[in-house]
Design a protein around this ligand. Structure first.
Ligand code: PGA
Length: 257
């Protein structure tokens, strides 16, 4: 991964409702990225649209395809799942793992750890989501983030840490108004904390350059401040990534800073 490029992850979640809209968004994203040099956009559509989106993306050097989830187990008789090998065979190089909306459906840190490991084994970069459910005055939320991080990375060896992107997504900030997103000071503190937790576990050298991105109610209005003052390597965007005009502005702002 080009470490100097900002990472933008577009998490479409369970949208759009049909393939023609998915196609149109992807084509517009491709246009929006023309001549952009400082951004790497990873678009994560629902599985059902991936082949068509992949075709439109082609061999773009700025637009990449990511999955929203992956099955971490070995059992091929499991119904309704998609494993990392299948993703890899479709040339998918990124996958979101441990998103709070999945952790909310009984996905434990142990399950997330298996997903991280099987992605790495198949040559796919996991975008590991972590984040506290709420903030308390005593700072217990730091412990929650530390636990998630350590347990989700429990099966990762030192040498493989560089193959991971960390997405810090405080659950309380997801799906809100942009004025309710985290403030850049608190974000910066958390970025430093995450680096410290990684350094303690994997060593300073291995941890300093791990991309840490932020997600939770990002819009064109807060993208600049969060990126610059929060000192993140990029952003994970949900709802706004489906509104092509707004998202094009996010792209343009990110390119300009
Ligand atoms: P949001 O979603 O940008 O709509 O808050 C972010 C996410 O859940 O990934």
């Amino acid at each position: 991964m080009n470490k100097n490029k900002k990472i933008l992850v577009a998490n479409w979640k369970m949208n759009p409702d049909n393939i023609s809209v998915a196609r149109s968004i992807t084509e517009n994203l491709k246009k929006a990225l023309r001549r952009k040099k400082k951004i790497k956009l990873i678009v994560c559509p629902p599985f059902i649209f991936m082949s068509e989106v992949a075709e439109i993306i082609g061999n773009s050097k700025t637009l990449y395809l990511g999955a929203q989830d992956v099955f971490g187990g070995e059992n091929k008789t499991t119904t309704g799942e998609v494993n990392a090998e299948m993703l890899s065979n479709l040339n998918i190089r990124y996958v979101i793992v441990g998103h709070s909306s999945r952790r909310g459906t009984c996905e434990t840190d142990e399950i997330v750890a298996d997903k991280v490991l099987s992605s790495i084994k198949s040559g796919i970069t996991p975008i590991l989501c972590i984040g506290e459910s709420e903030r308390d005055e005593n700072g217990r939320f730091y412990l929650e983030v530390k636990n998630q991080l350590e347990k989700s990375l429990a099966k990762v060896k030192k040498d493989n840490l560089s193959k991971i992107i960390i997405a810090y997504e405080p659950v309380w900030a997801i799906g809100k108004k942009d004025s309710d997103a985290i403030n850049s000071e608190n974000l910066h503190e958390m970025v430093i904390f995450i680096k410290k937790v990684l350094s303690d576990r994997f060593g300073v050298e291995n941890s300093l350059n791990i991309p840490i991105i932020y997600g939770g109610s990002v819009t064109k209005r807060n993208v600049s401040e969060l990126t610059l003052k929060g000192e993140v390597s990029g952003l994970l965007v949900g709802r706004e990534s489906l509104k092509i005009d707004n998202f094009t502005e996010v792209i343009n702002i990110l390119e300009s800073i």
